[in-house]
Design a protein around this ligand. Sequence first.
Ligand SMILES: *Cc1c(COP(=O)(O)O)cnc(C)c1O
Length: 401
Amino acid sequence: MANLHVPMISKTQEQNQSLHYPSVIELSKSALENNFRFLREYYGEDVRISSVVKANAYGHGISHFVPIAESCGIDHFSVFSLDEAVQVRSALRNHADVMVMGWIDPADYEMAVADEYEFYVFEPEVLPLAIEASKKTGKKAKIHLEIETGMNRTGLTSVELRACVKILKQNPDNFIIRGLCTHYAGAESISNYFRIQKQYKNYNRTYKWLARQGIVPDIMHTACSAASVAYPKTRMDMVRVGILQYGFWPSPETFIYYTHGNHTNQNPLSHVISWKSSLMSIKNVKSGEFVSYGTTYLAKQDMTIAIIPTGYSTGYSRSLSNQGRVLIHGQRVGVVGMVNMNMLIIDITGIEEVKIGDEVVFIGDQGEQDITVASFVEFSDQLNYEVLARLPQNIPRVIVE
Ligand SMILES: *Cc1c(COP(=O)(O)O)cnc(C)c1O
């Protein structure tokens, strides 16, 4: 794999099993089982689930997440780029389909075809590369035609699709047309309602046009998590499920849509991820002193603070300075002062018997309390997606029941 092209150099360090790390991410197997059980029932048997594991499985970690998803019966995975597809394949215990929805370097199509990865086609120029790869390897390229329906990102325009149809018809032995797909421009917000309806119509019109040209893709798929909830007709043959499987709603609006439509106020999803660290130092600070770099935090009373070995280089956003909340001894306490590169400071005034090594929770439960990614979002103005996807690859992941 030495010659695989990658969008950015990102090498996961080999983690030494017995060594401890400044923070750790736990993945709950039972939470994931719960989420897939719910989604299967919600979508019905006829809809296949593709587990979207781009961005290192939304920060959960591809190599840990994929085998658990597989043990829940998932046999289709979607990623952004070919290097991620290779990571998924090497994490799999059995065969599953792996689909690249985005970037493949032109030099890597031969590998993509040889190793039977499915991939999106959103530029006609890719087809000659795929034909060449198919002839060389003796395998058919498994493609999904991605069409432009109104998002104006990747996707074949009608002129480009026509060019593709011509090439596909001339080279029927080199392709399996696995799917026809598109992506909606913001299904998590009602403000995009008309745009999405229009995209849905454009998609169906194109599907019919293709059929008249004699091209019938194996499956139709358009929905991400939000579309699958807010526009059930977009589910078609397969849903590309990202955020929901991890136990998060794409937006508060999508959750409300679900609860209203299903006459429930229960959240059927459970968070798979928890992110924890431990206390490295404790200190008393006198009233009137500043804490951490600069003067952003002034102690207004005598207080006790604790230093935690996690900072913005290890996933805790600097924008949570003086804002973030963590759990210690089952209590919610605030981050004080600036988040540093490798450390942050919390206020533990009044919490009894705190000692070095005590567990601190950034995301997840402790006692009766929990901290969700959504609470980070309010503070740091980032989406659920971004908080998760930014969790660094070098935090060790462990699987818990
Ligand atoms: C990321 C992505 C998805 C999954 O989105 P969620 O909102 O996390 O479900 C689906 N389709 C495409 C093309 C994507 O890029």
